[in-house]
Design a protein around this ligand. Structure first.
Ligand code: NAP
Ligand code: BLA
Length: 324
């Protein structure tokens, strides 16, 4: 691997900024170019990181100087940018989701293999304190038979931005793939999925003001899980609760604050912050590329979570349970 690795970023938002900082802080990588959307954000990003903007993501993804492309913009465009970059012989980091369909995701994985390049899908939910605390205490509650993961977010007023646009954001469990991925990472393969969803549309626009998705997921182990994703103006309460119920006890997390319940005993559990995770992800990719250190997540695991999320989408459209 030539050092420093020359990096281009697609996007100027929260994830892109965290990536830019991480790339510039590490001596093994050098940030060279980026592309953005709105002129004012392009200007600020260019000044903050002292790098020039290119005209299009096509130009960036095929730029002869670049070794690694980081895709940190709207979900709809991830798959086609990744395809172009891999075809041009670049390593690729994609902020989840990799694609909107497993067919596209599978094609990208094959392309990366053919090109002998890294295709890494970030799943920072696995790097955070909450997930590690769950993993650590999971053996304490015996055999888990029920898990419930709810995330709802109030939004007054729902913004006219890509995260409230059906085509740009995608099906909520695909866009918010970390919900299903946390479950598949902990509990393995899925037997069936049943899902309901609802949008509150902003009239005569592609935007919505709220969305709600609720999925029942049956794992092959027999474990039952419920995942809920909701956001927008319809909500009056923001919640991020993860409950795990086992035959020896329960683990309950509200935000980062948790407790282990065993009989009459309740032990408070603190998990670390949700920040610093894009930096950690970037460093782990560099450790992989320079020192062959194994990555914390395989792209096939992301594809599997996508398969379950797509089954949820299909179920919500047909009203039928989908068997995997
Ligand atoms: P963000 O702050 O809203 O940034 C989105 C980027 O896409 C901005 O550069 C934005 O440019 C651009 N964009 C918006 N609309 C566009 C359009 N119609 N066409 C082309 N570009 C457009 O979002 P983010 O949170 O950084 O998310 C970026 C990616 O990271 C998403 O795939 C998200 O799922 C993933 N991700 C984010 C997090 C997180 O913690 N934020 C965690 C995990 C994964 P303008 O602002 O100039 O319009
Ligand atoms: C995930 N956060 C996400 C995603 C988006 C945002 C679009 C991916 C889709 C999803 O999983 O729902 C966007 N998150 C935001 C925005 C805010 C926010 C606009 O908190 C506004 C404050 N992400 C941040 C900030 C933190 C953060 C400020 O933008 C907190 C330090 C953390 N967001 C974070 C983490 C994930 C995520 C850890 C991974 C998924 C998870 O843990 O559930």
């Amino acid at each position: 691997m030539n050092s420093p690795l020359k990096v281009g970023i697609v996007g100027t938002g929260y994830a892109a900024q965290k990536r830019a900082e991480a790339v510039q802080e590490d001596q093994r990588s050098q940030l060279r170019y980026f592309v953005g959307n709105r002129p004012e954000n392009i200007e600020t990003f260019s000044q903050t990181y002292s790098i020039p903007v290119l005209d299009s993501w096509q130009q960036l993804a095929t730029h002869p100087e670049l070794d690694l492309i980081i895709i940190a913009n709207i979900n709809r465009d991830h798959a086609q940018i990744a395809k172009t970059a891999l075809e041009a012989g670049k390593h690729v980091i994609v902020e989840y989701p990799l694609a909107f369909t497993t067919t596209e995701g599978q094609e990208l994985i094959q392309l990366a293999q053919q090109q002998n390049k890294l295709l890494h899908v970030e799943h920072i939910e696995l790097l955070g304190g909450l997930h590690n605390t769950i993993r650590h205490y999971l053996p304490e509650i015996g055999e888990v038979f029920f898990a419930r993961y709810t995330t709802t977010a109030i939004q007054r007023v729902a913004p006219r931005r890509w995260t409230y646009h059906k085509d740009l954001f995608g099906f909520p469990f695909i866009a918010g793939l970390s919900r299903i991925h946390r479950l598949t990472n902990l509990f393995g393969t899925v037997a069936s999925v049943s899902c309901q969803s609802r949008y509150w549309d902003a009239p005569e626009t592609g935007y919505f003001t709220s969305c709600l998705c609720d999925a029942q997921i049956r794992f092959t182990s027999g474990l039952m899980a419920q995942a809920t994703y909701g956001k927008g103006e319809a909500f009056w309460y923001s919640d991020r609760t993860f409950e795990l119920h086992g035959d020896q006890g329960s683990l309950i997390f509200v935000g980062e604050v948790g407790k282990l319940i065993r009989g009459k005993e309740e032990t408070p559990l603190e998990s670390g912050p949700r920040s610093g995770l894009f930096k950690k992800d970037t460093q782990l990719v560099l450790d992989y590329l320079f020192d062959q250190q194994p990555l914390y997540v395989k792209v096939e695991e992301s594809l599997y979570a996508l398969k379950v999320a797509q089954a949820a989408e299909q179920s919500s459209l047909t009203g039928q349970t989908v068997f995997l």
